[in-house]
Design a protein. Structure first.
Length: 198
């Protein structure tokens, strides 16, 4: 059975949904490619710059970035080399292990992130027009799907509430021990800055 076979796709709602998700993934690629051409950067270069801008320095190492984006360490190292040559990032050598380093953005790198991270705006505009009920249902389904993909090791790194040390699900109510409060569905995070692996 193939979701791309039109007879099978059109006669099965599961297949339609998966085909729809595949179509949306193409939209992200297209929008990212448009930005990459405009700024003479590859899509992965833009993605790394955006990630570095918005994540802790201990997550901005070659090893972590390779896991985050499911690419090889040599690919990350080469991408970092190019971004360093373009003066968008700089390496900060580890004081304990001088073979290791993390990367930070330069002022020029921050400008590029500001110019490129808006590639998702068309989708943000569409989502913003939905009712709060539809948004909550959509988020519940997306976060559940991401959790299941993580459990299948398809998404290798997941800093979501569901994988966090502080998270519990007592009496069918999500609870954050760090915030010491119950979490509504819309408060569940996919990428949390305070994430502590369970």
């Amino acid at each position: 059975m193939s979701v791309f076979n039109l007879n099978e796709q059109n006669s099965n709602l599961d297949n339609k949904i998966v085909a729809g998700l595949e179509r949306i993934s193409q939209v992200f690629k297209t929008l990212l490619w448009e930005k990459s051409k405009a700024f003479n950067l590859s899509p992965i270069q833009i993605q790394l710059l955006i990630f570095i801008q918005h994540h802790a320095s201990n997550q901005c190492t070659v090893s972590y970035l390779a896991q985050e984006f499911n690419i090889s360490k040599p690919t990350v190292s080469e991408t970092i080399k190019i971004l360093e040559q373009k003066k968008y990032i700089q390496k900060v050598v580890d004081a304990v292990d001088t073979r290791s380093y993390r990367v930070i953005l330069t002022a020029r790198g921050e400008e590029i992130v500001f110019e490129t991270e808006s590639f998702t705006n068309p989708l943000t505009e569409i989502v913003s027009q939905s009712s709060i009920e539809d948004k909550i249902t959509l988020w519940k389904n997306i976060s559940s799907m991401i959790l299941q993909l993580n459990k299948m090791n398809i998404i290798t790194i997941q800093r979501s509430c569901y994988n966090c040390h502080y998270f519990s699900n007592e009496n069918d109510k999500p609870f954050c021990g760090l915030l010491n409060q119950e979490l509504e569905v819309e408060a569940i995070r996919m990428d949390c800055g305070e994430f502590n692996p369970a």
